[in-house]
Every structure is written in structure tokens, then in C-alpha cells.
Design a protein around this ligand. Structure first.
Ligand SMILES: Cc1ncc(COP(=O)(O)O)c(C=O)c1O
Length: 355
């Protein structure tokens, strides 16, 4: 089926690098028991957890463009960055492998969570080349070293930034904006809509804001930072919207220029808690209720914090008649068999403490 974004800008679609990896559209479905528990007439869930096989989640949308670009440029390897338990690094490794590309992941330290060990085991099973690095300068130095030593030459290593949130990766969520705008219209959702989404490297929120604007939707994006303010800000989201918009216009001058995007989203910084990957009590409550009443599998780093924000707005009555949508950004496809039996002696020493 032709995607709404491609249908609106066919010339652009032909010029963008893209490899089909995602099963789209993902469902937009009601969660009536969760809505009732919050005293709401309706609550919708955007099921990006099922966006791909064998691994879904929000990153697949970005990877369609990024890995498409890697292949178009004749690269044989991708290199990316993230925290030790990064969903982005894992999604990249899984989908790169599906396309026959090797993957390096340079991983920084993080707080331990129940999900990190399986993420690392999954990397080992895939054969991802893992490099632990203590901080940002060390990560960049490790990347330069990997490129310099690459047997096919540095030009065959495709670098994907943190979270895949380059202007090109962000376009994956511009397309998602068109997708949900069409779904909201088809459902005849009356009145205002507020879309709650976890915000880390900002590409998902920025792309969605731009996509909703270009699709003519008034839905408002509520971005819930899972990183501190020096890493996530309204100005940085707006800058990424502008950079993605430029990347579109460079390829197709008929794409309208964007303006006033800052008024189309709000940043809600009160749900981060003590920091990245640090669980919060309100996130834990949201995670459990979402599991019990809507069958959703969340975790405490990203999705639980975004849903906690939606809960707080519902309970304080400030939704003001708007229909809330929770964007489920975390993969829910099952982990592969054999993870527990993976040979962990191959894990670099700097990562053993997460097992
Ligand atoms: C489950 C989940 N939700 C949300 C996000 C945030 O997306 P972005 O980095 O595009 O802001 C991430 C990023 O890693 C994620 O893994």
C-alpha cells in the first residue's frame, strides 16, 4: 500500500533513499479499560511496538531511510552510538544484519536496568562488534579508529548518529505524522488530539511535529524528555524540525516551508526523575497499569515516563476535552530463542557488569 507521505510527495519519495523494513501503518487502537481507569472517554495507543520484524519500536521508521542511504552509498558496515542498553543500537544491528550489513556499536555507561543484559546478549547473538567507551570524546575517538581500520576503507562505514536522529532519519517520523493524521481523520476523532511521546535524541518528536504540520493536522505533540535539559530542549527540537524540512526541500522544492512549529509541541520536563534510565514511581505505576489494563509492555527508561505524563494530565483534568494518544515506541516483538545460552565471554570486559 502506498504510504500517505509518499502519496502526497511522490517526487520526493522517489528521491529519498529508503529500504522497506517496517510493517506500516502501525495500528492506532483504543485502550478502553485504561481510559476508564483514568476517567477518560477515550485513549488511543499508536502501536509502534509492532512496527517491524523481528524487532519493532520507533527506530525502525528512521532506519528505513538511514540503512537505505547506507546501501545507496555502497557501504558494507554501519557504525552507531548509544548507551549500553540502547534500543537504537540494537534495532540498528538487527535491521542492518537483515540487509547484509555489518554493525559496530559504541556504547557508553548507563544506570543498570532489567533490560540491559538481554540487549547485550542479543548483540552477541547477532555478532555486533561492541566497543565500550566512557564518554563522548572517547566514543568519537573509537568511531574514528574503527573507520580508519576498516578493511574496505573508511568510506564503506556508514555512521548513524545517536538515536538515528539526523535530518534524514527524522524523515521517518515525518512520514509517521502523515500516517497518524490519516488514521485520526479516518476514525473521525472529534476535536483536539494530544500525542504523548518519550523524547531522547528528539528525532521522533521533531519528525512527528513536522509531519503533522505538513499533513495539515492540528494534533499537538507532548514530548516527555528522558534526558536532562542540556540534552533535550524546545530550541533543539525546533532546529531538528528545520533541518529535516531543509532535507526535504533540497530534494523537492514543492515541499512547503515550515513556520511556527514551536507552538505545535510542548516539552514536559517533570517526568525525568533522577536522570536517564532512572525509574520513577509514577512511571512504574503507569507501566503496571498499562500492562494490566491494555496489555502493553513498557519499560521504565522511556515509555513509562511518557505514559506517566499522560496519566498526570488526565488526573489533573488538563486534557480539557482533548483525546490523548500514547505513542508506544518500545519494541514488543519477543526476544529470539537461545539468548540465555549465548557465550558471554565474548563480551568486552567493560560491559560485563551489566550481565
Ligand atoms: C523505546 C524508546 N522510546 C523513545 C525513544 C526516543 O526517541 P528519540 O531518540 O527519537 O527521541 C527511544 C530512543 O532511544 C526509545 O528507545
Amino acid at each position: 500500500m502506498i504510504r500517505p507521505f509518499d502519496a502526497r510527495f511522490p517526487q520526493l519519495a522517489a528521491r529519498l533513499p529508503r529500504r522497506e523494513l517496517a510493517s506500516l501503518p502501525t495500528a492506532l487502537e483504543p485502550a478502553p479499560r485504561l481510559a476508564a481507569a483514568l476517567g477518560l472517554p477515550a485513549l488511543l495507543v499508536k502501536r509502534d511496538d509492532l512496527s517491524g520484524q523481528p524487532y519493532g519500536g520507533n527506530k525502525v521508521r528512521k532506519l528505513e531511510y538511514l540503512l537505505g542511504d547506507a546501501l545507496e552509498r555502497g557501504c558494507d558496515t554501519v557504525l552507531t552510538f548509544g548507551a549500553a542498553g540502547s534500543n537504537h543500537a540494537l534495532a540498528t544491528a538487527i535491521h542492518a544484519r537483515q540487509l547484509g550489513l555489518d554493525c559496530h556499536a559504541i556504547l557508553s555507561e548507563q544506570v543498570q536496568t532489567p533490560w540491559v543484559a538481554d540487549t547485550l546478549r542479543w548483540h552477541l547473538q547477532l555478532g555486533t562488534r561492541l566497543t565500550p567507551a566512557a564518554g563522548y570524546p572517547q566514543m568519537l575517538a573509537a568511531a574514528a579508529d574503527i573507520r580508519a581500520r576498516h578493511p574496505g576503507g573508511p568510506g564503506r562505514v556508514y555512521e548513524i548518529t545517536w538515536g538515528g536522529s539526523s535530518p534524514l532519519g527524522t524523515i521517518g517520523f515525518v512520514a509517521a505524522g502523515f500516517e497518524i493524521a490519516a488514521q485520526l481523520a479516518a476514525r473521525g476523532v472529534p476535536g483536539p488530539v494530544r500525542i504523548y511521546m518519550a523524547c531522547g535524541t528528539m528525532g521522533s518528536v521533531a519528525g512527528l511535529v513536522l509531519g503533522l504540520y505538513l499533513a495539515g493536522s492540528d494534533a499537538r505533540v507532548v514530548a516527555v524528555p528522558i534526558l536532562p535539559p542540556e540534552r533535550v530542549s524546545a530550541a533543539a527540537i525546533a532546529a531538528l524540525c528545520a533541518a529535516a524540512s531543509e532535507a526535504l526541500q533540497e530534494r523537492d522544492a514543492s515541499v512547503p516551508a515550515c513556520s511556527g512549529l514551536q507552538s505545535r509541541f510542548e516539552l514536559r520536563s517533570g517526568f525525568l526523575g533522577a536522570g536517564y534510565a532512572q525509574a520513577t514511581p509514577e512511571g512504574i505505576e503507569a507501566m503496571h497499569l498499562a500492562g494490566e489494563l491494555a496489555g502493553l509492555k513498557l519499560e521504565t527508561t522511556y515509555t513509562a515516563k511518557a505514559l506517566a505524563c499522560l496519566f498526570a494530565d488526565a488526573r489533573s483534568g488538563c486534557l480539557d476535552g482533548a483525546v490523548p494518544v500514547f505513542w508506544q515506541t518500545l519494541n514488543s516483538q519477543p526476544k529470539p530463542p537461545g539468548l540465555d545460552a549465548v557465550d558471554t565471554s565474548r563480551l568486552p570486559p567493560g560491559l560485563h557488569r551489566y550481565l
